[in-house]
Ligand binder design. Structure first.
Ligand code: SN0
Length: 320
């Protein structure tokens, strides 16, 4: 059974991106593929793009969608085995996942990192709880560790905007930027993993103390000087994340890291990318976000075709 839990489930970024581009050119081509199939979208956190683009993708494939805000409307779920459930949790993941599997042919889940318990977050207790006890395919709509639907949309957006580079390897920079809140590592993690599967000169830049999980960063290049990292860059992908070492802490809000016109002037007329939602004039200035090199709206549009690529592959796998 095919799940889409992380970027590791993509066997070839090149192939999946080319499939996505075909779906984008003709979104209703497989309108009959998902007839009589239901996808359940379960949200433990807020969502705009993920919710609407995944529903849109399912509709383009002829599927029926069920959406549930589990954090507000569901029973509080227990994920640990053997607990005496005499506290706040009403239902165990074992029953919940099996029951939902009877109503849905695919289950998609959003469950952010707690940013409190590093080891539990790393173990993906919510996503893996569903993967372990559901009897249908599971799609990750942002978990503790990753946001692979976002990363696939990012890969599509990069591919579509490489035309001006005359075939040379793009220089892609993932830059941390300040933010008032403690944010998860998921988007950055999946972007790193997706870049590691591609031909590119890839650099991660952030202040000291904001190192991502070393097991994910691997051999990817890290440059602590943002100005040096930006030199000759073709794409600036910006995201805030909280400290991983001092887990979930905001250890600096250094505003000299905000993406500004002056910072972008250091690059090779780079395109600006961000997964959204974005805090204007904290993460990035109005000028850059509204400027002609900003790809954020098209990046969000590509979420539909990323989700459609994944759902089509899962539907195809169900037929076998
Ligand atoms: C989430 C994150 O993982 O960073 C979702 C991104 C797709 N972003 C936020 O929670 C932003 C919240 C805020 O208040 O700016």
């Amino acid at each position: 059974m095919m799940n889409y839990l992380s970027v590791k489930d993509i066997d070839s970024v090149k192939l999946w991106v080319s499939e996505a581009k075909k779906l984008k050119a003709d979104p209703l081509k497989y309108k009959k593929l998902g007839a009589d199939k239901t996808i359940g979208l379960l949200f433990f956190n807020p969502s705009l793009r993920t919710r609407l683009s995944t529903q849109k993708a399912a509709q383009n494939l002829g599927m029926t969608t069920m959406v549930m805000n589990f954090d507000k409307e569901g029973w509080a779920l227990e994920f640990e085995d053997g607990t005496i459930m005499d506290q706040g949790k009403s239902e165990h993941i074992k029953e919940a996942a099996q029951v939902i599997s009877q109503f849905c042919d695919i289950i998609a889940i959003r469950a952010f990192a707690s940013l409190e318990h590093k080891e539990k977050d790393k173990a993906e207790i919510v996503l893996n709880g569903f993967a372990n006890y559901a009897s249908v395919p599971i799609v990750n709509m942002e978990s503790s560790v990753g946001h692979p639907l976002q990363a696939l949309a990012d890969a599509i957006t990069l591919e579509e905007n490489k035309a001006g580079l005359a075939g040379r390897r793009p220089k892609v920079v993932l830059s941390w930027a300040p933010h008032p809140k403690a944010l998860p590592h998921a988007v950055a993690n999946s972007f790193v993993e997706m870049m590691q599967k591609q031909e590119a000169d890839f650099v991660i830049t952030h202040p000291k103390g904001y190192e991502l999980d070393p097991e994910i960063v691997g051999n990817s290049k890290v440059e602590y000087d943002q100005d040096i990292a930006f030199k000759e860059a073709d794409f600036i992908y910006t995201k805030n994340w909280s400290s991983y070492r001092e887990y979930g802490q905001v250890i600096s809000q250094d505003h000299s890291w905000t993406i500004s016109k002056e910072k972008m002037a250091l690059t090779n007329k780079a395109k600006f990318m961000h997964c959204l939602p974005v805090r204007r004039n904290v993460v990035v200035t109005d000028e850059v976000l509204d400027g002609e090199n900003s790809l954020v709206i098209e990046q969000a549009n590509n979420r539909t075709y990323a989700a459609q690529t994944v759902l089509k592959r899962i539907l195809d796998s169900l037929k076998i």
